[in-house]
Design a protein around this ligand. Structure first.
Ligand SMILES: [Zn+2]
Length: 406
């Protein structure tokens, strides 16, 4: 695995350096520090020699960097690792109490915020309902029905303020804020390029929040944030090739390849919900036809149930006052054939989509999460079958699949 982007030899440059050269040296030092810190975060507890091996940095450089980190309290030494002959190595890990962060998930109907330590332990969680539908009919809505970001930003800021206040963590101990939302997100620029739920195009979300709190704010697609969390703290920890798929109102994926999180050219890698799986299939909310999301998401199951009821197919669902995925799952569990068939169809299509990912990326691990996972065996069983049936020979044999309800 190659993490190295600059030769560490360049760090020990000539005795006299031009201002430009000095700038390069500082940049390289910063890159090397980030390399080491990322390895400690994603691979820790980890020995200094392993950091040197994986990063390509010299042992002396790693020793200097980690000494700085320990002095500043950012990392700490833990129990000794296994010896491979000589003295057992001391392992390093992030100091969970070195600082705190607030993470925000911006959903269609709620802002969920949580204050955590650096080990992702949630110290306090806060849910703020978001009445976007009301907003669409009120001044929060723009002329074309899009939700005005000006109406959402104060809600996000208030949610973060309340989370910090209720957690009783001192504000000066906060290191940064993170905001995740569905859609196409330019994380580097802090701009939401496209939000399907809010109808946004090119909305700068990070900057106003950063200005308010005087803290760095990281904006990212919500499935990508989940994938990074899995890589740092979850099932993906130490796994070089894995994919996270979320199923619920939509379908999305986050990709880790060669140990690196993969964003794609515009940050849109993993929009698997909109890969065409049935050319003449149902219309998707993105405007195209036959997307995976239009066949395998929760709303797709509900839509098919409504259509079946309209066709007078025999089902207990016809008596349901409000047709929801929960009602369909309950009917399936009570023995309703239509409910079982619809969930199985959705699971089958999801498996087709996952098999395509397996064939392209050859991951070791697939983590399936999201609200849709609650549909349980009726959906997941057919999903597994379809993955086995459609993945290229041998690729599914070594594949681990983890189902992780949100
Ligand atoms: Zn679509």
């Amino acid at each position: 695995m190659i993490y190295l982007v600059c030769s560490p030899n360049e760090v020990s440059g000539a005795a006299t350096v031009s201002p430009l050269r000095k700038g390069n040296r500082d940049l390289i030092k910063e890159i090397n520090r980030n390399l080491a810190l990322n390895l400690i975060k994603s691979r820790g507890p980890i020995s200094r020699s392993e950091i040197a091996r994986l990063s390509g940095l010299s042992p002396a450089t790693v020793s200097g960097i980690t000494a700085d980190f320990i002095a500043s309290g950012l990392i700490e030494e833990t129990a000794e690792g296994e010896s491979t002959g000589g003295r057992p190595p001391v392992l390093l890990r992030l100091n969970p109490q070195a600082g705190f962060v607030v993470g925000v998930k911006l959903m269609e109907q709620a802002v969920i915020s949580a204050l955590t330590d650096l080990d992702a332990q949630v110290l306090h969680q806060h849910v703020t309902p978001l009445t976007v539908d009301d907003g669409r009919r009120s001044k929060a809505s723009m002329d074309d029905g899009r939700v005005n970001p000006e109406s959402i930003l104060p809600v996000i800021i208030r949610a973060i303020e309340e989370t910090i206040a209720e957690s009783r963590v001192e504000r000066r101990r906060l290191l940064g804020l993170g905001v995740g939302l569905a859609g196409l997100v330019d994380g580097e620029a802090g701009i939401c390029r496209y939000s399907p739920f809010f109808g946004w195009r090119d909305v700068a979300l990070a900057e106003p929040i950063a200005e308010h709190f005087d803290l760095p704010v990281y904006l990212e697609n919500d499935v990508n944030t989940l994938t990074i969390a899995e890589q740092w703290f979850g099932y993906g920890h130490g796994v070089d090739h894995f994919v996270v798929i979320t199923v619920g109102r939509g379908i999305g994926a986050g990709i880790v390849a060669n140990g690196q999180f993969y964003r794609g050219a515009l940050g849109g890698a993993g929009e698997v919900g909109h890969m065409t799986v049935q050319e003449d299939g149902p219309i998707c909310h993105c405007g195209k036809r036959g997307c995976l999301e239009a066949l395998a998401s929760d709303p797709a199951v509900v839509r098919e149930a409504q259509a079946a009821i309209a066709r007078k197919e025999p089902t207990t669902l016809a008596q349901s006052e409000t047709l929801t995925l929960e009602a369909i799952v309950a009917a399936a569990e009570a023995g309703d054939d239509l409910a079982r068939r619809l969930l199985a169809d959705a699971g089958h299509w999801l498996g087709i989509g996952i098999a395509a990912l397996v064939n392209i990326l050859n991951p070791q691990l697939i983590i399936v999460g999201g609200e849709g996972v609650h549909a349980g065996q009726w959906r997941i069983g057919p999903m597994r079958q379809a993955v086995r049936a459609h993945a290229f020979n041998g690729l599914a044999d070594q594949l681990d699949m983890v189902i992780e309800p949100s």
